[in-house]
Design a protein around this ligand. Structure first.
Ligand SMILES: NC(=O)c1ccc[n+]([C@@H]2O[C@H](COP(=O)([O-])OP(=O)(O)OC[C@H]3O[C@@H](n4cnc5c(N)ncnc54)[C@H](O)[C@@H]3O)[C@@H](O)[C@H]2O)c1
Length: 366
């Protein structure tokens, strides 16, 4: 199969959908990989790195789309790319269709086969192609939080690990899922005192088993949250209610009870955030301050560490790409019901129910 890897053109997106290691695997199996020039540059991979393992370098995005039978990407196609997607072409990427009617309409019109990373499921019903980005965001949350606790950027002026003779900083992690556990692990590694909250006792039991004793688990409820936000220096929001908006666990009135310079990193911002005052920010302008509380609410945190994020993402996408290439999409989907859950739009028809529901009022679905 001919597999195309275009350069991402969405604003500030430096990840790439395939590393030279992925090209190496595909070429070994007899596939042809067409990589757009400089597609990997933002993630630290040169054209020469790809050529060395057998990729052909294409000079334009048009060439990649025109020649490839399957396109692998990171972000959803943007308006400039809509017209390049061809009938019958398989496009495997993050789509998030429910949040964009123009994208959904364009992909219906293209009659392409759209398989979305974010709805592929594993045997347990988990979302394996979202996990690595949560892992990156969870670890980054502590790195960013530690930075914004510094006084020159309006933080409390607390060093998370403390020093001999000075107590360490205190980190409150709300949600003990992928983001929360990675955040707790990083904070504990720096020597901070960590409190982690969840409503799922199994998650709390797991955390309690695997983390060192300075990571303390508590049940998540309003009473505990109100108490802890008064004494913790850094608060990480990592909650998720599958398929719903994040619950508002810290309300505006609670900010006044927090100490000036407390930092909130609301990782759940992409689901609306678990703090009432959250609004999405960017890497260029990542924070804002309300009632002396620093809010960091970047919606695409992994974008700031494209080398790590690219490798983490492609580690999990490559096995699916190999199967789609080896068997063709129909057989690959037939053999793996979890991968079949990724099929969102097929040859002009929306086949994924939640997208139909999202646009039930606005669009005529066939
Ligand atoms: N900003 C970014 O760049 C970025 C990147 C990756 C993920 N995310 C977001 O981070 C959030 C968390 O993702 P995840 O992969 O860790 O999800 P997850 O499903 O692994 O974990 C979520 C956890 O929240 C817990 N939870 C639910 N309600 C709660 C409550 N009231 N109090 C405490 N805990 C509660 C759940 O029990 C679960 O353990 C999601 O919204 C995800 O989209 C953001």
């Amino acid at each position: 199969m001919k597999i195309g890897v275009p350069k991402e053109i969405k604003n500030n997106e430096s990840r790439v959908a395939m590393t030279p290691a992925g090209v190496n695997e595909l070429v070994k199996r007899g596939h042809e990989v067409l990589v757009q020039t400089e597609a990997g540059i933002g993630s630290g991979f040169s054209d020469a790195d790809y050529q060395a393992v057998g990729a052909s370098i294409e000079s334009t995005i048009e060439d990649v789309y025109a020649k490839a039978e399957m396109i692998v990407k990171v972000k959803e196609p943007i308006a400039q790319e809509y017209g390049l997607v061809r009938k019958g072409q398989v496009v495997f990427t993050y789509f998030h269709f429910a949040s964009s009617q123009p994208l959904t309409e364009a992909m219906i019109q293209s009659k392409a086969i759209c398989i979305a990373y974010e709805t592929v499921e594993d045997r347990n019903g988990a979302l394996p192609l979202l996990t690595p980005m949560s892992e990156v965001a969870g670890r980054m949350a502590i790195q960013q939080g530690a930075k914004f606790l510094e006084k020159p950027v309006k933080g409390r002026g607390v060093l998370l690990g403390g020093v001999p003779g000075v107590a360490p900083g205190k980190v409150l992690v709300i949600g003990a899922g992928t983001v929360g556990i990675q955040a707790a692990k990083m904070a504990a590694g720096l020597g901070a005192h960590v409190t982690i909250l969840d409503v799922n006792m199994d998650r709390l039991r797991y955390v309690n088993d695997v983390m060192p004793p300075h990571v303390v688990t508590e049940y998540s409820n309003e009473y505990n949250i109100r108490n802890h936000i008064k004494t913790h220096d850094l608060i990480i929001g990592g909650v998720l209610l599958k398929g719903a908006k994040a619950p508002r666990l810290i309300t505006k009135d609670m900010l006044k009870t927090m100490r000036p310079g407390t930092v909130i990193v609301d990782v759940a911002v992409d689901q609306g955030g678990c703090v009432e005052t959250t609004r999405p920010t960017t890497h260029e302008d990542p924070i804002f301050i309300i009632d002396d509380v620093v809010h960091y609410c970047v919606a695409n945190m992994p974008g700031a560490v494209p080398h790590t994020s690219t490798v983490a993402l492609t580690n999990v996408t490559l096995p699916y790409i190999l199967r789609l290439a080896d068997k063709g999409y129909e057989e690959a989907l037939n053999q793996d019901p979890g991968l079949a859950k990724g099929l969102n739009i097929q040859a002009g028809k929306v086949v994924y129910e939640p997208i139909k529901e999202a646009f039930a009022d606005q669009m005529q679905m066939n």
